[in-house]
Design a protein around this ligand. Sequence first.
Ligand code: GUE
Length: 298
Amino acid sequence: MTASTSGAQILDGRATAKAIKAELAERVAALKEQGVSVGLGTVIVGADPASQSYVASKHRDCAEVGIHSIQVELPEETSQEELLAQLETLNNDDDCTGYIVQLPLPKHLDTNTILEAIAPEKDADGLHPVNLGRLVANVNDEITSPLPCTPRGCVDLLERYGLDLNGKHVVVVGRGVTIGRPIGLLLTRRAVNATVTLCHTGTKDTAAHLKQADVVVAAAGVKHMIDPADLKPGAIVLDVGVTREVNPETGKAMIFGDVAPGVEDVASWYSPNPGGVGPMTRVELLQNVVLAAERRAA
Ligand SMILES: Nc1nc(=O)c2c([nH]1)NC[C@@H]1CN(c3ccc(C(=O)N[C@@H](CCC(=O)O)C(=O)O)cc3)C=[N+]21
């Protein structure tokens, strides 16, 4: 655990993801000994530079733990039928243990129809409606089916630092499908036992909710929208939202979180962005593929 120069301690997602990757590498090796190979597929449509950079890092992660990768790159103008045919190929490919379709998709494609076409047992993101439904029904204990990567990454990061959420009040900001909506379902399970408030653009006074929060999950995707002055002193803050801006002079991409600078003077713990929940999301993707292979081997 790294202490920052100011008051708060850092929830270091890079170091935590590295430790989890070492554990996953052993599980992949054990599967190989049983003759089970583990493969992750990624499907990317179009040439969005942010998506390409995310997908490239997912394949680097795979190489690190011994997971074989299958990269499918399709042109921007790919039709819905062509994409569905590609997913059918991956659904039937025994070398592909699990896969993801990188989001966002070009506007002419229907994201929900595409996500539903992924075989639920190959859904590495945990975003298929069957798997999200199991999360709602509370039958998804990860032994049966995958959990969504970013929520699980948040919960694992807190757990690895020994931060107990039992009885704590968590305020989630943002209602997106990848994090804001599902994370409350994980946090309110008996095993975690937190109380959750979900704030979104329709919330009247988000600052008043933040003041009550023992833990804040900032997942709106709006650069620096959370003012540290609105936090309760000593709060735990997970900065999840990502805003990517390309510097027009250098051409270099810059990453910004949802929490404005100064959080380190108010929080007891916080996850920086970059370097916090992003690397955890990626390691949970690997975890889902390894779990899928272990299920298949059982
Ligand atoms: N089907 C699908 N699944 C996703 O999980 C998915 C997606 N689509 N579309 C886009 C978002 C965004 N996302 C991130 C993952 C890792 C980092 C990450 O590792 N970030 C590094 C920095 C990376 C950099 O510097 O570019 C960090 O936070 O330290 C960020 C963002 C996954 N998403």
